[in-house]
Write a protein that binds this ligand. Structure first.
Ligand code: ADP
Ligand code: ADP
Length: 213
């Protein structure tokens, strides 16, 4: 099974990807997580990427393409959930080219639909575990007491100004990809509001309908 989880920042892609990993043994490929790791490790790519990410801008495509293709190939070009890539039309074309070259087309692009006011609430109350990359929400899924509080942080790009910028970038650069995937016949809109498990069930329905037998 090869799927893309698509949607605005804060739609719940990372959260749902984790559930899919646990319940379906898929592998999570997140360009955001890969980039944040590169920043922590102060690699040359990480140092460049940080300048863009902190402000809520997209990292230049060529940098991300190499990271994404390497990560997809590392999981054997199959059984993956792609999260955060592609984010531009150019990236979508690169991805299609890569997958066609390896004869592994996507089964579904699950597009999480969440209204803007919900997104802003989710992002401003999101906290992240530095070590595992796991996402929490101060109200809906607070960090458990056994996790060292020193590991929990608020992402720089979850500050109000960066949130605003990211939503603007999303509308301009990323949202148009829905039309691209619709034309490819693999777009499945899924309502992203409600309990995390409810959203998961809606995604499951799509996967059951599209997975290979
Ligand atoms: P994305 O990866 O799309 O940016 P996340 O999975 O990090 O989104 O979710 C953003 C925030 O919203 C996190 O704080 C997460 O805990 C919270 N969240 C995710 N799904 C839900 C949901 N169904 N209901 C309430 N909060 C949610
Ligand atoms: P979110 O889960 O909130 O949507 P991500 O963790 O996916 O955020 O991405 C965080 C940041 O990393 C983005 O705002 C962007 O700066 C950078 N990034 C991640 N994926 C890409 C990509 N495919 N192209 C360009 N920049 C990216």
């Amino acid at each position: 099974m090869r799927i893309v989880l698509f949607g605005p920042p804060g739609a719940g892609k990372g959260t749902q990807a984790r559930l899919l990993v646990e319940r379906r043994q898929l592998r999570h490929v997140s360009t955001g997580i890969i980039l944040r790791r590169a920043i922590r490790e102060q690699t040359p790519v990480g140092q460049k990427a940080k300048l863009y990410m902190d402000e809520g801008k997209l990292v230049p495509g060529r940098l991300v393409r190499a990271l994404a293709e390497e990560a997809i190939s590392l999981v054997g070009n199959d059984h993956f959930i792609l999260d955060g890539y592609p984010r531009t039309l150019e990236q979508a074309q690169w991805l299609t080219e890569y997958l066609n070259r390896h004869h592994v087309p996507l089964h579904a692009v699950v597009s999480l639909q969440v209204p803007e006011e919900v997104i802003v609430d989710r992002l401003s109350k999101r906290r992240v575990n530095k070590k595992t990359g796991e996402n929490y929400h101060l109200d809906f899924s607070p960090p458990p007491p056994d996790v060292d509080p020193a590991l929990i942080y608020r992402r720089q790009d979850d500050e109000p100004e960066a949130i605003r910028k990211r939503l603007e970038v999303y509308r301009r650069e990323t949202e148009p990809l829905e039309a691209y995937f619709r034309a490819e016949g693999c777009l499945y809109p899924v309502r992203g509001v409600g309990e995390m498990d409810e959203v998961y069930e809606r995604i499951e329905e799509v996967l059951r309908a599209t997975e290979p037998v």
